[in-house]
Design a protein around this ligand. Sequence first.
Ligand code: EPZ
Length: 421
Amino acid sequence: MAEQQRIVIGGGKRLEGEIPIQGAKNSALPLLAATVLCSGESVLHNCPHLSDCDSACRILECLGCRCKREQNTVTVDSSVISCTDIPASLMREMRSSIIFLGSVLTRCGRCRMSFPGGCELGPRPIDFHLAALREMGAVIDERHGYLECTAPKGLNGARITLSFSSVGATENIMLAASLAEGTTEIHNAAREPEIVDLAEYINKCGGKISGAGESTIVIEGVKRLSSCEHRIMSDRIAAATYLCCGAITGGELILTGADHSGLRPVIAVLERMGCSIYTYGKSNVFINVRRPLTSPGTVRTNVHPGFPTDAQPPLMALTAVAGGTTVFVENIFENRFKHASELVRLGAHISVEGKVAVVIGVRSLSGAELVATDLRGGAALVTAGLAAEGTTKIAGLSHIDRGYENIEGVLRSVGADITRK
Ligand code: EPZ
Protein backbone atom coordinates (compact mmCIF):
# COMPACT_ATOMS: atom_id res chain seq x y z
CA MET A 1 0.00 0.00 0.00
CA ALA A 2 2.77 2.43 0.89
CA GLU A 3 4.11 2.02 -2.68
CA GLN A 4 1.09 3.65 -4.38
CA GLN A 5 0.53 6.30 -1.73
CA ARG A 6 2.12 9.71 -1.82
CA ILE A 7 2.75 12.45 0.71
CA VAL A 8 1.16 15.71 -0.46
CA ILE A 9 2.43 18.94 1.07
CA GLY A 10 1.06 22.47 0.71
CA GLY A 11 4.23 24.45 1.34
CA GLY A 12 4.76 27.72 3.21
CA LYS A 13 3.13 26.91 6.54
CA ARG A 14 5.17 27.98 9.58
CA LEU A 15 5.59 25.07 12.03
CA GLU A 16 4.84 25.82 15.65
CA GLY A 17 4.31 23.47 18.57
CA GLU A 18 5.66 20.46 20.38
CA ILE A 19 6.99 17.20 18.90
CA PRO A 20 7.61 14.13 21.08
CA ILE A 21 10.63 12.35 19.59
CA GLN A 22 10.26 8.65 18.68
CA GLY A 23 12.50 5.87 19.94
CA ALA A 24 15.71 5.40 17.98
CA LYS A 25 15.51 3.02 15.00
CA ASN A 26 19.29 2.55 15.07
CA SER A 27 19.15 1.51 18.70
CA ALA A 28 15.98 -0.60 18.45
CA LEU A 29 17.46 -2.84 15.72
CA PRO A 30 20.63 -3.94 17.58
CA LEU A 31 18.61 -4.21 20.81
CA LEU A 32 16.11 -6.55 19.13
CA ALA A 33 19.08 -8.63 17.95
CA ALA A 34 20.49 -8.57 21.50
CA THR A 35 17.35 -10.22 22.93
CA VAL A 36 18.59 -13.44 21.27
CA LEU A 37 21.47 -13.47 23.77
CA CYS A 38 19.09 -14.01 26.70
CA SER A 39 16.87 -17.04 27.17
CA GLY A 40 13.86 -15.32 28.63
CA GLU A 41 11.41 -12.50 28.05
CA SER A 42 12.93 -9.07 27.28
CA VAL A 43 10.76 -5.97 27.32
CA LEU A 44 11.79 -3.02 25.14
CA HIS A 45 9.94 0.25 25.78
CA ASN A 46 9.85 3.25 23.39
CA CYS A 47 10.27 0.95 20.39
CA PRO A 48 9.12 2.97 17.35
CA HIS A 49 6.44 1.67 14.96
CA LEU A 50 8.68 1.31 11.89
CA SER A 51 8.82 -1.21 9.08
CA ASP A 52 12.47 -1.91 9.94
CA CYS A 53 11.44 -2.89 13.48
CA ASP A 54 8.70 -5.11 12.02
CA SER A 55 11.32 -6.78 9.80
CA ALA A 56 13.56 -7.38 12.82
CA CYS A 57 10.65 -8.97 14.70
CA ARG A 58 9.94 -11.22 11.71
CA ILE A 59 13.56 -12.40 11.85
CA LEU A 60 13.22 -13.06 15.60
CA GLU A 61 10.07 -15.12 14.99
CA CYS A 62 11.84 -17.04 12.23
CA LEU A 63 14.52 -17.93 14.80
CA GLY A 64 11.84 -19.27 17.15
CA CYS A 65 11.33 -16.26 19.39
CA ARG A 66 7.88 -14.93 20.26
CA CYS A 67 7.38 -11.19 19.70
CA LYS A 68 4.48 -9.13 20.97
CA ARG A 69 3.91 -5.41 20.48
CA GLU A 70 1.62 -3.32 22.70
CA GLN A 71 1.78 0.32 21.57
CA ASN A 72 5.50 1.19 21.78
CA THR A 73 6.48 -1.74 24.00
CA VAL A 74 7.85 -4.86 22.31
CA THR A 75 8.21 -8.06 24.32
CA VAL A 76 10.54 -10.75 22.95
CA ASP A 77 10.54 -14.25 24.44
CA SER A 78 13.80 -15.83 23.28
CA SER A 79 13.66 -18.85 25.61
CA VAL A 80 13.84 -21.17 22.62
CA ILE A 81 15.90 -20.60 19.47
CA SER A 82 14.65 -23.38 17.22
CA CYS A 83 16.20 -22.21 13.95
CA THR A 84 19.49 -20.55 13.01
CA ASP A 85 18.77 -19.98 9.33
CA ILE A 86 17.61 -16.51 8.24
CA PRO A 87 16.05 -16.72 4.76
CA ALA A 88 17.08 -14.41 1.93
CA SER A 89 13.59 -12.88 1.81
CA LEU A 90 13.99 -11.57 5.36
CA MET A 91 17.63 -10.57 4.86
CA ARG A 92 16.67 -8.52 1.83
CA GLU A 93 13.99 -6.59 3.71
CA MET A 94 16.61 -4.78 5.73
CA ARG A 95 20.32 -4.78 4.99
CA SER A 96 21.19 -4.19 8.62
CA SER A 97 19.88 -7.69 9.41
CA ILE A 98 23.58 -8.64 9.51
CA ILE A 99 23.35 -7.45 13.13
CA PHE A 100 21.71 -10.81 14.00
CA LEU A 101 24.84 -12.77 13.06
CA GLY A 102 26.80 -12.06 16.23
CA SER A 103 24.02 -12.87 18.68
CA VAL A 104 22.77 -16.04 16.92
CA LEU A 105 26.30 -17.36 16.46
CA THR A 106 27.38 -16.82 20.06
CA ARG A 107 24.13 -18.23 21.49
CA CYS A 108 23.70 -21.23 19.16
CA GLY A 109 27.15 -21.95 17.73
CA ARG A 110 25.93 -21.63 14.15
CA CYS A 111 24.08 -19.26 11.83
CA ARG A 112 23.20 -19.30 8.13
CA MET A 113 22.08 -16.17 6.36
CA SER A 114 22.16 -14.78 2.88
CA PHE A 115 24.42 -11.87 2.13
CA PRO A 116 22.48 -8.74 3.08
CA GLY A 117 21.63 -6.79 -0.07
CA GLY A 118 23.34 -3.53 -0.89
CA CYS A 119 21.12 -0.53 -0.57
CA GLU A 120 20.51 2.85 -2.12
CA LEU A 121 23.58 4.24 -0.34
CA GLY A 122 25.89 1.99 -2.25
CA PRO A 123 27.26 -1.52 -1.62
CA ARG A 124 27.03 -2.19 2.09
CA PRO A 125 30.05 -4.46 2.68
CA ILE A 126 30.29 -6.56 5.81
CA ASP A 127 34.00 -7.40 5.69
CA PHE A 128 34.69 -5.79 9.09
CA HIS A 129 31.94 -7.92 10.66
CA LEU A 130 33.23 -11.20 9.17
CA ALA A 131 36.91 -10.49 9.86
CA ALA A 132 36.18 -9.77 13.52
CA LEU A 133 34.04 -12.89 14.02
CA ARG A 134 36.75 -15.00 12.38
CA GLU A 135 39.26 -13.51 14.85
CA MET A 136 36.93 -14.78 17.58
CA GLY A 137 37.04 -18.29 16.16
CA ALA A 138 34.06 -18.35 13.83
CA VAL A 139 34.34 -20.45 10.68
CA ILE A 140 32.52 -18.56 7.93
CA ASP A 141 32.02 -19.91 4.42
CA GLU A 142 30.76 -17.46 1.86
CA ARG A 143 29.24 -19.31 -1.07
CA HIS A 144 26.29 -19.02 -3.43
CA GLY A 145 25.37 -15.72 -1.77
CA TYR A 146 25.05 -17.36 1.64
CA LEU A 147 27.09 -17.09 4.81
CA GLU A 148 27.50 -20.46 6.55
CA CYS A 149 28.83 -19.58 9.99
CA THR A 150 29.80 -22.00 12.73
CA ALA A 151 31.66 -21.70 16.00
CA PRO A 152 32.42 -25.35 16.67
CA LYS A 153 34.09 -24.65 20.00
CA GLY A 154 32.15 -21.51 20.80
CA LEU A 155 33.58 -18.02 20.27
CA ASN A 156 36.68 -16.78 22.08
CA GLY A 157 37.58 -13.30 23.21
CA ALA A 158 39.96 -11.47 20.86
CA ARG A 159 41.75 -8.15 20.56
CA ILE A 160 40.12 -6.52 17.52
CA THR A 161 41.18 -3.29 15.85
CA LEU A 162 38.66 -1.89 13.38
CA SER A 163 40.19 -0.12 10.37
CA PHE A 164 37.08 2.07 10.36
CA SER A 165 34.81 2.84 13.31
CA SER A 166 31.90 0.91 11.83
CA VAL A 167 28.71 1.15 13.90
CA GLY A 168 27.31 -2.22 12.83
CA ALA A 169 30.61 -4.05 13.16
CA THR A 170 31.13 -2.62 16.66
CA GLU A 171 27.63 -3.75 17.64
CA ASN A 172 28.05 -7.23 16.12
CA ILE A 173 31.32 -7.75 18.00
CA MET A 174 29.74 -6.58 21.28
CA LEU A 175 26.88 -9.04 20.77
CA ALA A 176 29.16 -11.96 19.86
CA ALA A 177 31.66 -11.21 22.65
CA SER A 178 29.01 -11.02 25.39
CA LEU A 179 28.73 -14.82 25.59
CA ALA A 180 32.22 -15.67 24.26
CA GLU A 181 34.90 -17.40 26.32
CA GLY A 182 37.28 -14.75 27.67
CA THR A 183 37.66 -11.03 27.09
CA THR A 184 37.31 -9.08 23.84
CA GLU A 185 38.74 -5.63 23.21
CA ILE A 186 37.48 -3.48 20.36
CA HIS A 187 39.91 -0.74 19.34
CA ASN A 188 38.82 2.14 17.10
CA ALA A 189 35.24 1.25 18.08
CA ALA A 190 32.29 3.35 16.93
CA ARG A 191 31.28 5.90 19.60
CA GLU A 192 27.67 6.55 18.53
CA PRO A 193 25.11 6.94 21.37
CA GLU A 194 23.33 3.79 20.12
CA ILE A 195 26.44 1.80 21.07
CA VAL A 196 26.07 3.05 24.65
CA ASP A 197 22.37 2.11 24.67
CA LEU A 198 23.23 -1.43 23.53
CA ALA A 199 25.92 -1.82 26.21
CA GLU A 200 23.48 -0.60 28.90
CA TYR A 201 20.94 -3.26 27.88
CA ILE A 202 23.49 -6.09 27.77
CA ASN A 203 24.94 -5.05 31.16
CA LYS A 204 21.41 -4.95 32.63
CA CYS A 205 21.09 -8.55 31.43
CA GLY A 206 24.25 -9.48 33.34
CA GLY A 207 26.85 -8.66 30.71
CA LYS A 208 30.22 -7.08 31.44
CA ILE A 209 30.87 -4.32 28.91
CA SER A 210 32.96 -1.24 29.69
CA GLY A 211 34.08 1.70 27.57
CA ALA A 212 30.99 1.96 25.34
CA GLY A 213 30.94 5.44 23.80
CA GLU A 214 34.74 5.55 23.80
CA SER A 215 37.18 4.27 21.17
CA THR A 216 38.12 1.18 23.19
CA ILE A 217 35.39 -1.16 24.41
CA VAL A 218 36.14 -4.18 26.64
CA ILE A 219 33.66 -7.05 26.81
CA GLU A 220 34.14 -9.84 29.34
CA GLY A 221 32.28 -12.91 28.14
CA VAL A 222 29.80 -14.45 30.61
CA LYS A 223 28.17 -17.87 30.70
CA ARG A 224 24.60 -16.65 30.34
CA LEU A 225 22.52 -13.50 30.20
CA SER A 226 19.06 -13.08 31.68
CA SER A 227 16.47 -10.92 29.99
CA CYS A 228 15.49 -7.51 31.33
CA GLU A 229 13.38 -4.43 30.65
CA HIS A 230 14.92 -1.49 28.82
CA ARG A 231 13.77 1.86 27.46
CA ILE A 232 15.19 2.57 24.01
CA MET A 233 16.94 5.95 23.68
CA SER A 234 15.34 8.67 21.58
CA ASP A 235 16.07 8.99 17.87
CA ARG A 236 18.64 11.74 17.34
CA ILE A 237 18.25 11.60 13.56
CA ALA A 238 14.47 12.00 13.71
CA ALA A 239 15.07 14.91 16.10
CA ALA A 240 17.62 16.44 13.71
CA THR A 241 15.14 16.05 10.86
CA TYR A 242 12.36 17.85 12.75
CA LEU A 243 14.75 20.64 13.75
CA CYS A 244 15.45 21.16 10.02
CA CYS A 245 11.69 21.13 9.33
CA GLY A 246 11.11 23.80 11.97
CA ALA A 247 13.99 25.92 10.69
CA ILE A 248 13.07 25.73 7.00
CA THR A 249 9.57 27.08 7.76
CA GLY A 250 10.92 29.89 10.01
CA GLY A 251 8.96 28.21 12.77
CA GLU A 252 9.27 27.58 16.47
CA LEU A 253 9.33 24.01 17.83
CA ILE A 254 9.87 22.26 21.14
CA LEU A 255 11.13 18.69 20.84
CA THR A 256 10.37 16.59 23.92
CA GLY A 257 12.06 13.34 24.89
CA ALA A 258 15.06 14.31 22.76
CA ASP A 259 18.61 13.25 23.61
CA HIS A 260 20.60 16.49 23.92
CA SER A 261 24.12 15.03 23.81
CA GLY A 262 23.45 13.02 20.66
CA LEU A 263 22.20 16.17 18.95
CA ARG A 264 25.19 18.37 19.78
CA PRO A 265 26.93 18.11 16.35
CA VAL A 266 23.67 18.99 14.57
CA ILE A 267 22.76 21.84 16.94
CA ALA A 268 26.20 23.39 16.36
CA VAL A 269 25.63 23.54 12.59
CA LEU A 270 22.06 24.89 12.90
CA GLU A 271 23.26 27.61 15.26
CA ARG A 272 25.95 28.55 12.71
CA MET A 273 23.11 29.03 10.22
CA GLY A 274 21.31 31.46 12.52
CA CYS A 275 18.89 29.22 14.43
CA SER A 276 18.35 29.89 18.12
CA ILE A 277 18.40 26.57 19.95
CA TYR A 278 18.07 25.97 23.69
CA THR A 279 18.20 22.62 25.48
CA TYR A 280 16.42 22.53 28.81
CA GLY A 281 15.15 20.01 31.33
CA LYS A 282 16.16 16.41 30.85
CA SER A 283 15.25 16.10 27.24
CA ASN A 284 13.69 19.21 25.70
CA VAL A 285 15.05 21.15 22.76
CA PHE A 286 13.66 24.53 21.67
CA ILE A 287 14.35 25.98 18.23
CA ASN A 288 13.31 29.16 16.49
CA VAL A 289 14.60 31.28 13.65
CA ARG A 290 15.11 34.95 14.33
CA ARG A 291 16.95 36.02 11.20
CA PRO A 292 17.24 34.85 7.58
CA LEU A 293 19.29 31.66 7.57
CA THR A 294 22.77 31.64 6.08
CA SER A 295 25.09 28.86 5.01
CA PRO A 296 27.00 26.97 7.76
CA GLY A 297 30.02 26.83 5.41
CA THR A 298 31.45 23.36 4.85
CA VAL A 299 29.72 20.36 6.44
CA ARG A 300 31.80 17.19 6.65
CA THR A 301 29.99 14.03 7.75
CA ASN A 302 31.95 11.85 10.09
CA VAL A 303 31.74 9.17 12.73
CA HIS A 304 30.39 10.29 16.10
CA PRO A 305 30.96 12.82 17.59
CA GLY A 306 31.31 14.31 14.10
CA PHE A 307 28.32 15.46 12.04
CA PRO A 308 26.09 12.39 11.44
CA THR A 309 25.74 11.24 7.84
CA ASP A 310 22.06 10.46 8.45
CA ALA A 311 21.34 14.14 9.11
CA GLN A 312 23.11 15.28 5.92
CA PRO A 313 20.07 14.94 3.60
CA PRO A 314 17.57 16.99 5.68
CA LEU A 315 20.27 19.58 6.38
CA MET A 316 20.96 19.83 2.65
CA ALA A 317 17.29 20.66 2.12
CA LEU A 318 17.61 23.46 4.66
CA THR A 319 20.78 24.89 3.11
CA ALA A 320 19.04 24.93 -0.29
CA VAL A 321 17.10 28.01 0.90
CA ALA A 322 19.80 29.55 3.13
CA GLY A 323 21.85 32.52 1.98
CA GLY A 324 25.27 31.68 0.58
CA THR A 325 26.99 28.51 -0.55
CA THR A 326 27.27 25.29 1.46
CA VAL A 327 29.76 22.53 0.68
CA PHE A 328 28.88 19.03 1.87
CA VAL A 329 31.62 16.40 2.09
CA GLU A 330 30.08 12.93 2.57
CA ASN A 331 32.82 10.86 4.20
CA ILE A 332 30.77 7.85 5.32
CA PHE A 333 28.78 6.51 2.37
CA GLU A 334 29.78 6.60 -1.26
CA ASN A 335 26.41 7.32 -2.76
CA ARG A 336 24.43 9.48 -0.40
CA PHE A 337 23.48 12.47 -2.55
CA LYS A 338 20.64 10.89 -4.56
CA HIS A 339 18.19 13.33 -2.95
CA ALA A 340 20.10 16.24 -4.58
CA SER A 341 18.59 15.67 -8.03
CA GLU A 342 15.10 15.59 -6.51
CA LEU A 343 15.77 18.84 -4.60
CA VAL A 344 16.88 20.38 -7.91
CA ARG A 345 13.40 19.59 -9.27
CA LEU A 346 12.09 21.96 -6.58
CA GLY A 347 14.44 24.67 -7.86
CA ALA A 348 17.45 24.07 -5.61
CA HIS A 349 20.92 24.85 -7.00
CA ILE A 350 23.01 21.78 -6.14
CA SER A 351 25.93 20.23 -7.99
CA VAL A 352 27.44 16.90 -6.99
CA GLU A 353 30.98 15.72 -7.71
CA GLY A 354 31.72 12.35 -6.07
CA LYS A 355 31.65 12.79 -2.33
CA VAL A 356 31.22 16.58 -2.55
CA ALA A 357 27.96 18.46 -3.08
CA VAL A 358 27.85 22.25 -3.52
CA VAL A 359 24.57 23.96 -2.58
CA ILE A 360 23.97 27.58 -3.62
CA GLY A 361 21.05 28.89 -1.59
CA VAL A 362 18.04 30.21 -3.50
CA ARG A 363 15.31 32.57 -2.30
CA SER A 364 12.54 30.05 -2.68
CA LEU A 365 11.63 26.59 -3.93
CA SER A 366 8.52 25.66 -5.89
CA GLY A 367 6.49 22.49 -5.47
CA ALA A 368 6.98 19.48 -7.78
CA GLU A 369 6.37 15.73 -7.99
CA LEU A 370 9.25 13.84 -6.37
CA VAL A 371 10.32 10.26 -5.64
CA ALA A 372 12.13 9.20 -2.47
CA THR A 373 14.87 6.66 -3.15
CA ASP A 374 16.18 6.11 0.36
CA LEU A 375 15.16 6.77 3.94
CA ARG A 376 16.97 10.00 4.82
CA GLY A 377 16.78 11.28 1.25
CA GLY A 378 13.01 10.96 1.55
CA ALA A 379 13.13 12.99 4.77
CA ALA A 380 15.05 15.68 2.85
CA LEU A 381 12.25 15.89 0.27
CA VAL A 382 9.62 16.27 3.01
CA THR A 383 11.75 18.98 4.67
CA ALA A 384 12.08 20.91 1.39
CA GLY A 385 8.39 20.42 0.50
CA LEU A 386 7.37 22.20 3.70
CA ALA A 387 9.01 25.39 2.37
CA ALA A 388 8.34 25.02 -1.35
CA GLU A 389 5.66 27.33 -2.77
CA GLY A 390 2.63 25.39 -3.98
CA THR A 391 2.16 21.65 -3.76
CA THR A 392 4.85 18.98 -3.48
CA LYS A 393 3.99 15.32 -3.97
CA ILE A 394 6.40 12.61 -2.78
CA ALA A 395 6.25 8.93 -3.79
CA GLY A 396 8.42 6.07 -2.48
CA LEU A 397 6.97 6.26 1.05
CA SER A 398 8.12 2.75 1.98
CA HIS A 399 11.62 4.23 2.28
CA ILE A 400 10.44 6.97 4.65
CA ASP A 401 8.33 4.57 6.72
CA ARG A 402 11.44 2.52 7.50
CA GLY A 403 12.69 5.24 9.85
CA TYR A 404 10.01 7.82 10.64
CA GLU A 405 6.98 7.00 12.76
CA ASN A 406 3.93 8.71 11.20
CA ILE A 407 5.95 11.59 9.75
CA GLU A 408 2.91 13.30 8.23
CA GLY A 409 0.92 13.05 11.49
CA VAL A 410 3.83 14.51 13.46
CA LEU A 411 4.26 17.44 11.07
CA ARG A 412 0.51 18.07 10.76
CA SER A 413 0.31 18.30 14.57
CA VAL A 414 2.57 21.39 14.44
CA GLY A 415 0.78 23.13 11.57
CA ALA A 416 2.05 21.57 8.34
CA ASP A 417 -0.39 21.15 5.47
CA ILE A 418 0.57 17.54 4.80
CA THR A 419 -1.41 14.40 4.04
CA ARG A 420 -0.77 10.87 2.80
CA LYS A 421 -3.02 9.72 0.02
C1 EPZ B 1 24.63 2.38 10.78
O1 EPZ B 1 24.82 1.68 9.56
C2 EPZ B 1 23.25 2.99 10.69
N1 EPZ B 1 22.25 1.93 10.56
C3 EPZ B 1 23.19 3.93 9.48
O2 EPZ B 1 21.90 4.53 9.48
C4 EPZ B 1 24.23 5.01 9.66
O3 EPZ B 1 24.23 5.86 8.53
C5 EPZ B 1 25.62 4.36 9.82
O4 EPZ B 1 25.59 3.43 10.93
C6 EPZ B 1 26.70 5.39 10.09
O5 EPZ B 1 26.39 6.10 11.24
C7 EPZ B 1 21.88 1.26 11.66
O6 EPZ B 1 22.35 1.51 12.76
C8 EPZ B 1 20.83 0.20 11.48
P1 EPZ B 1 28.79 1.54 9.28
P2 EPZ B 1 26.09 0.67 9.38
O7 EPZ B 1 29.11 0.11 9.46
O8 EPZ B 1 26.35 -0.02 10.66
C9 EPZ B 1 31.54 0.83 5.45
C10 EPZ B 1 19.86 5.21 8.55
O9 EPZ B 1 19.55 6.00 7.65
N2 EPZ B 1 31.66 -0.56 5.94
O10 EPZ B 1 29.26 2.53 10.31
O11 EPZ B 1 25.88 -0.11 8.17
C11 EPZ B 1 30.16 1.10 4.86
O12 EPZ B 1 30.12 0.71 3.50
C12 EPZ B 1 21.03 4.27 8.36
O13 EPZ B 1 19.27 5.13 9.66
C13 EPZ B 1 32.59 -1.41 5.35
O14 EPZ B 1 33.31 -1.02 4.43
O15 EPZ B 1 27.23 1.76 9.12
C14 EPZ B 1 30.00 2.57 5.01
O16 EPZ B 1 30.67 3.23 3.95
C15 EPZ B 1 21.72 4.47 7.02
N3 EPZ B 1 32.69 -2.69 5.80
C16 EPZ B 1 30.75 2.88 6.31
O17 EPZ B 1 31.61 1.74 6.55
C17 EPZ B 1 31.91 -3.16 6.83
O18 EPZ B 1 32.07 -4.35 7.21
C18 EPZ B 1 29.83 3.10 7.51
O19 EPZ B 1 29.25 1.92 7.80
C19 EPZ B 1 30.97 -2.29 7.41
C20 EPZ B 1 30.87 -0.99 6.96
